[in-house]
Write a protein that binds this ligand. Sequence first.
Ligand SMILES: Cc1cc2nc3c(=O)[nH]c(=O)nc-3n(C[C@H](O)[C@H](O)[C@H](O)COP(=O)(O)O)c2cc1C
Length: 224
Amino acid sequence: MGRGKGHREARRAGALLIYWLDRRGQAHCAKPIDSSRVALSGRVTAARTQREPMKLFDVIQARQSIRAFQPKAVETDQLETILATVNQAPSAGNLQAYQVHVFREVKIRQALARAALRQEFLAQAPVVLVFCACPARAAKYGQRGEQLYCVQDATIAVAYAQLAATALGLATCWIGAFDEDAVSRALDLPAGQRPVGLLPVGYAAETPPRTTRRQLSDLVIDHP
Ligand SMILES: Cc1cc2nc3c(=O)[nH]c(=O)nc-3n(C[C@H](O)[C@H](O)[C@H](O)COP(=O)(O)O)c2cc1C
């Protein structure tokens, strides 16, 4: 790829990432990285050159919930790429009826961990993203927009963030078990925002066994 003006290159721990951000802060042509750093699972073991981007299906295979994090910061570039990826997620009517909050401060992370039924690993991660549904933004679709679409918008945004983080060699764990009021109070969230997912982001400090899945034959009912 030619590297014109504005292209940015980041090297970290053997990984090479080339991308540029447009005027709206959106990342283009993100090219992550050496999959040997990304494959937490052992499932993705194919030898790769450092410049070969990780394929989507490999990213999906590599993602797993991580509940222990190293005390190592997430670089601003990485966070920007994650957030720019989130911004590409589909949403009902393209209304993007959700808000993403980024928290780094340790006291806030600890408060979030308490509000999340004392899931202390949440505070270990250097960054926690909080995804909130914004019902008023989806009010155009009436009750369905306010009760469902905004939650779905926020939910798919979390999934995009998880995959983007994985592609960058970072780890996440979706936290859904929390006291909504306690989170809202701890973060002083505006009344119109409903927290639906907390996402600690950082470097993995564990390699847990893979979780299992239902058989496709059980999960899927094919109606030929
Ligand atoms: C909606 C939702 C809520 C979740 N809440 C929690 C949680 O509060 N704490 C936690 O440790 N994991 C939580 N998880 C992670 C799941 O436990 C995990 O995704 C599942 O066991 C599959 O494992 P994997 O992510 O490693 O593939 C949640 C996942 C989802 C999608």
